[in-house]
Design a protein around this ligand. Structure first.
Ligand SMILES: C[S@@+](CC[C@H](N)C(=O)[O-])C[C@H]1O[C@@H](n2cnc3c(N)ncnc32)[C@H](O)[C@@H]1O
Ligand code: SF4
Length: 451
């Protein structure tokens, strides 16, 4: 049987499995966990260990049709300004909750479009966070940037507040593809943004691309990759287009008949990947590429690559405090998500409470499986010896699952007492193999396809 047929028979094109930016995944969180557990867990944090902070800005001036992010469109600044006021109130509640002396090692602003904020709101928000959780000496501050929604003044304001990493959304440079996804973005505008970011001292620049978009073919994607290489990013994320119109209603505007079909998607991803590795990038996990000097490549080389809600990261900090509507905190006791809808989040904060509304309390078994899945997603290798050392007898619960994976995936995997390793030929199946270690029923939840 041909390689692609074998991958297909193992579910490459029809499995609907999570991307495992967390385990358990957010759709299986329960409403049994809320603000009470959030407050207790935050209050019990060890103040000597720096935390990471994620701030969610759920607003965009444009609403791209392909986008599955939780965000709302606005043409005026007033809802944004009012939301910043709510974030400040959430920070005030956190100040009363968190232990004294807690410091922030990383901060990430995501969305939506954080660069919808004008300079005065950028300063207000950054100062409000610092007043509650002061940064460490070496802290990193990264921001998601829409190149069409930023200017020099905003970049200068972010740089003044310490931004040293940035991620820009590109998706595809081809005008026909851009038209089909409702997101026009000229190369010149993107290039000017990159130049301004570099001039402002950004040393780690990521570019987001998406394959599997309507009208994309090898020639168009190839041209996009050439343009991206001209921009010299340090990292590239190459996401497979997740067509989930049952979650993201605006995707109903996408012409489904123009979407590349399964094998074509696979070929698009493979082609772009070979262009990036051919240009000297290191492939990282299932969908990232990085220059060897970049932190992500160094983390991958030293076993420090991790996965969080933004995807791959070199941030090894175990605690993440999510601030803003829908943000998820990863705390020593488990996950807590703030009310996903902005209106519900605002109502909770304005009532003077934390906004946690769903989550998951981690058992030891969950922690074991979470780390096992993270190892598979990051390293294509589950280090059984490391899991035994960390989890002792609990790790035995994986043995039967590992044997099942060995039987099902044959020579796409190597299994020894030390490790379960996915061979390069089996790496397109990574999400499917990871899902073999997921104990929570996924039946009720519909994810995007695995390739
Ligand atoms: C918050 S957005 C990017 C920041 C900024 N708003 C922009 O548009 O440039 C995060 C990224 O998620 C990715 N993304 C959004 N919707 C997606 C989908 N349906 N499938 C795959 N990737 C998606 C895109 O690559 C996008 O750049
Ligand atoms: S891709 Fe960016 S700008 Fe477009 S809707 Fe999504 S978050 Fe907003």
């Amino acid at each position: 049987m041909k390689q692609i047929d074998r991958l297909t028979s193992l579910g490459l094109f029809n499995a609907r499995v999570p991307r495992y930016t967390s385990y358990p995944t957010a759709p299986v969180f329960s409403t049994d966990v809320g603000a009470t557990q959030q407050a207790q867990s935050l209050a019990a944090l060890d103040a000597s260990e720096p935390v990471s902070v994620y701030l969610h800005i759920p607003f965009c001036e444009r609403l791209c049709w392909f986008c599955a992010c939780r965000t709302q469109g606005t043409k005026t600044l007033s809802p944004v300004e009012s939301y910043i006021g709510t974030l400040e109130r959430e920070l005030a509640i956190l100040k009363d909750t968190l232990p004294d002396g807690l410091r922030m090692g990383r901060m990430h602003w995501g969305g939506g479009t954080p660069t919808i904020l004008p300079p005065h709101l950028i300063h207000r928000l950054a100062q409000a966070v610092r007043a509650v959780i002061p940064p460490t000496e070496t802290h990193e501050f990264s921001v998601e940037i829409d190149p069409t929604m930023v200017d020099r003044d905003k970049i200068a304001a972010l740089a003044q507040e310490g931004m040293n990493r940035a991620s820009i959304g590109i998706q595809d440079f081809d005008p026909k593809v851009q038209d089909a996804i409702g997101r026009m973005q000229p190369f010149d505008v993107t290039k000017a943004c990159v130049d301004d970011l570099r001039a402002a001292g950004i040393t780690s620049l990521n570019a987001d691309l998406v394959y599997g978009l309507p009208h994309q073919d090898i020639a168009r994607l190839d041209d996009t990759v050439s343009k991206v290489l001209d921009l010299s990013p340090d990292r590239v994320a190459l996401f497979g287009y997740a067509h989930v119109p049952w979650v993201s209603k605006r995707q109903k505007l996408i012409d489904e008949t123009a979407l590349p079909q399964e094998v074509e998607r696979y070929e698009l991803a493979s082609h772009a990947a070979s262009r990036f590795t051919g240009a000297g990038f290191t492939a990282i996990g299932i969908d990232h590429f990085a220059r060897s000097a970049d932190g992500l490549a160094r983390a991958a080389a030293t076993g420090h690559l991790r996965r969080n809600f933004q995807g791959y990261t070199d941030d090894t900090c175990p605690t993440l405090i999510g601030i803003g509507a829908s943000s998820i905190s990863r705390l020593p006791t488990g996950y807590v998500q703030n009310a996903p809808a902005t209106a519900a989040y605002v109502q909770r904060i304005e009532a003077g409470e934390l906004a946690g509304s769903r989550g998951h309390v981690m058992t030891r078994e969950d922690l074991l499986r979470a780390r096992a899945i993270e190892m598979i997603m990051c390293d294509f290798r589950m280090d059984r010896s490391a899991l035994r050392a960390a989890f002792g007898d609990t790790s035995r619960s994986l043995d039967l699952l590992i044997a099942q994976v060995a039987a099902q995936f044959g020579d796409f995997v190597d299994v020894t007492e030390e490790a379960l390793e996915i061979r390069p030929s089996g790496q397109p199946l990574t999400r499917i193999i990871a899902s073999a270690f997921d104990a929570y029923t996924q039946d009720a939840v519909r994810y995007s396809q695995a390739s």
